[in-house]
Ligand binder design. Structure first.
Ligand code: ADP
Ligand code: MG
Ligand code: MG
Length: 271
């Protein structure tokens, strides 16, 4: 059984709402990994947080895919829960994109689209909905390997009504924005969020950005996407718009995205 004593804790890699993530090395093997630490007192304060952390562990630990951040182990002591994860050396996709000197080439964006589509397709096949696909929850490993991370809002679909609104407004699908009053949503909310991610990494702007949250919610409902400041190819725009489709039934399918002729040609030039 593992404990904190087995690890040398290094620098802080990042922070979310409950978790703090540190770079670590296993003392015996020199194996480098990341540890996400969640304070138990934060979980005990709120039953929802407790439930979601249990789901994060139960769902993420069974995910094995090249485009999903690898889960190695978890353990806990009196005060904290520790998740041992693959280390993504280039950080999250937002920070990575902001650090580029020039706008991200479309071929590189196509690689992200292809990678996240593969990760989500794997999740959805297992009836797991991620519900918080956004640039800070996508990590970049050495060699630009793209890894979907943070299963802290994920859910096994058959065991939930999917009426709860999660995530950051800017990335939410229209059916999720109104889920509390409207019908339940489906795994297709993740496809929409991928569309937002692609727009954001190409332009460093959000497609439904408005001065107020109210206006952003309306823009999402009306699918009133901002015109990108940067000129994008017709094919790139076609893919983004088919992910950002109001009716979830008409929204681009992940398999169709992965087999899109233009996308596959772009991915090939990037590799
Ligand atoms: P939270 O659930 O609190 O949002 P995350 O798992 O999303 O926590 O991690 C928060 C941030 O920490 C990420 O956006 C990223 O910048 C950094 N981070 C998390 N895990 C890793 C990792 N394995 N390797 C490198 N950085 C990481
Ligand atoms: Mg996060
Ligand atoms: Mg989380």
């Amino acid at each position: 059984k593992l404990s904190v004593e087995d690890f040398a804790i290094g620098r802080k890699l990042g922070e979310g709402r409950f978790g703090t993530v540190f770079l670590c090395e296993m003392v015996k093997s020199n194996f480098v990994c990341a540890i996400k630490v969640v304070k138990k007192e934060l979980l005990q304060e709120n039953a929802d947080h407790m439930l979601q952390t249990k789901r994060e562990i139960e769902l993420h630990r069974h995910m094995k895919h090249t485009n999903i951040l690898r889960w190695f182990a978890y353990f806990y002591d009196h005060h904290k829960v520790y998740m041992v994860l693959e280390y993504a050396a280039l950080g999250n996709l937002l920070k990575y994109t902001q650090s580029l000197e020039n706008p991200m080439p479309e071929a590189q964006c196509a690689h992200v689209a292809d990678s996240i589509a593969a990760a989500l397709d794997y999740c959805h096949f297992r009836q797991v909905c991620h519900r918080d696909v956004k640039t800070v929850n996508i990590l970049v490993a050495e060699g630009f390997g793209i890894k979907l991370a943070d299963f802290g809002t994920a859910v096994h679909v058959p065991s939930s009504r999917m009426k709860t609104v999660f995530g950051t407004l800017d990335y939410l699908a229209p059916e999720m924005v109104d889920a509390e009053t409207g019908p339940a949503y489906t795994v297709k909310v993740d496809n929409w969020s991928l569309g937002v991610v692609l727009y954001e990494i190409l332009t460093l702007e959000l497609p439904f950005y408005r001065e107020s949250k109210c206006d952003t919610a309306d823009a999402i409902r009306n699918c009133d996407m901002n015109t990108p400041k940067r000129e994008l190819s017709a094919d790139m725009l076609r893919i983004i718009k088919s992910l950002l489709t109001t009716d979830a039934n008409d929204r681009l399918d992940l398999k169709d995205l992965q087999s899109d002729a233009w996308l596959t040609s772009q991915v090939a030039t990037f590799a």
